[in-house]
Every structure is written in structure tokens, then in C-alpha cells.
Design a protein around this ligand. Sequence first.
Ligand SMILES: [Zn+2]
Ligand SMILES: [Zn+2]
Length: 264
Amino acid sequence: MKLTVLGCSGSVPGPDSPSSGYLLEADGFRLVLDLGHGTFGALQRYVDPADVDAIVISHLHADHCIDLTAYVVSLRYGGSGHRLKMADQQIPLIGPEGTLHRLSTAYDPLVRDLGLGELFSFATPTPGELGPFRVDFAPMNHPTPTNAIRLTHGGTSLVYSADTGESPELVELARGADVLLCEASFGPDDEYVPNLHLTGKQAGEHAAKAGVGRMIVTHVPPWCSPEVQVNDVMETFDGPVELATPGAVFDLGPGVVTQSGKPR
Ligand SMILES: [Zn+2]
Ligand SMILES: [Zn+2]
């Protein structure tokens, strides 16, 4: 399983990174996980958007889904989407209840019949098989319905926290996972708001309780220091900790994570 970071800036895009978005690949299957501001641009470095096999959206905050609007334009007018149309194929789009409404209003609030069903087949999260992946979900502690996601392939499992405040469900979902890709959005000097995001220390505590092998720290906002967040995580989690950076590629095998920081 290979993880490519399309963007990892928390809550808003930053000067050096789009908002949240990840590309997961295994056995030639391409799964896009979240599509925040600017991630659609980065996605095109790695794959023709029409060739993506599935999209999973953790929740409907703009920093995780708004580039679906760019996806619509690209599939409709960009050429390669024509292929899908000719084959009468849609890209599976798994997201919370209301994803279609969220996308259609964000795309064009005045037009209701947008034919988005011709481009995407909309579904809500259900555990099961998705291409070569086993996929499991758990509801997180965030102001809008949000799912963390566990992807398993060939004996390796990756859990993505999405956005969450403290959450026993995250610990449960991540139990024994090889890698926890976890948000750490509140810096030590930020005003702490419960049920919204994790501090670095809380992120590390969740990883320690779940007994994960490694952590990749993500969703650090531009007003917050990534180094400080990683150090805070390391105060409460003993295992290896890495920082998500835009363009980073992680090869995830059982017990192995290798990173190459340059976009292909
Ligand atoms: Zn977010
Ligand atoms: Zn959010």
C-alpha cells in the first residue's frame, strides 16, 4: 500500500500545502481520500482524475471536500471524463449523508439538476471491500458527521483519523494498526475547544492507547508549528513519528514505512 500526501494543511490551505487530501494505491487501484482546497491540482501530478477508482470523503467541511467541485468541471469538460461517459461509468464517491447536496450547492447554488450522478456513484460509508482494500469506518467527535477510515491491504493497515476531538472510537478503530495518520490541530498556545480537534499530546495518547506501530502527523494549520506538534506527539507516544508533508510518498508494508519527500 502506498500513501501519497496531496495536501496536509489543517483547516485551510497554507503557503506550502493544499488542505487535506491523500492518494492510496494498492494492486493498481487508486483511492482518493479527502479532497480539500487545492488537492485536485496536486492529484493530477500522479493520476488522470478520470482514472481514479474510488473517492472517500471523511466529512463535508470545505478543507476535506471542496475540490470535488473542480473534479466535476474536469470530468465534464476536461476531455478524459468523456471516456467515462462513453463507457457509462461513474467514479464511486463514498461520503456522509448529504454529500450530493453539499457538492451540488458548492458547485452551483442556483442549479439543482446537475447530473452529478452521471459522474459519481454516491454511497454512504459501509464496511466491506473497496477494490483490493478492506475498509472500516468509525464516527468521530467533530461538529459535523465525520468518519475515520481504516484501510487494510495485504496484512497492512492504515487508519486516518480525519478531524476529531478526543474519541474512544478512534482508539478502537486504530487498535493494532501499522500506521495512524492522525490530525494534531491544536498547538500548545491555542485556545482549546473540546469536541473539535486534537492537541499533539492527545493525538499521541490515542496512538499509544490503540497500540499502533507508527504515526504520521497531519492537519497542522498554517498558524501552528509542525515541529512543535510532532514534539508534543512524541511526549505521549513512544513509537516512530513522522510528519506529513505535501508530495511525501510513504510505502507502507507490515512494520515498514519508507518516505520519499519529492513528488514524482
Ligand atoms: Zn479539517
Ligand atoms: Zn472538519
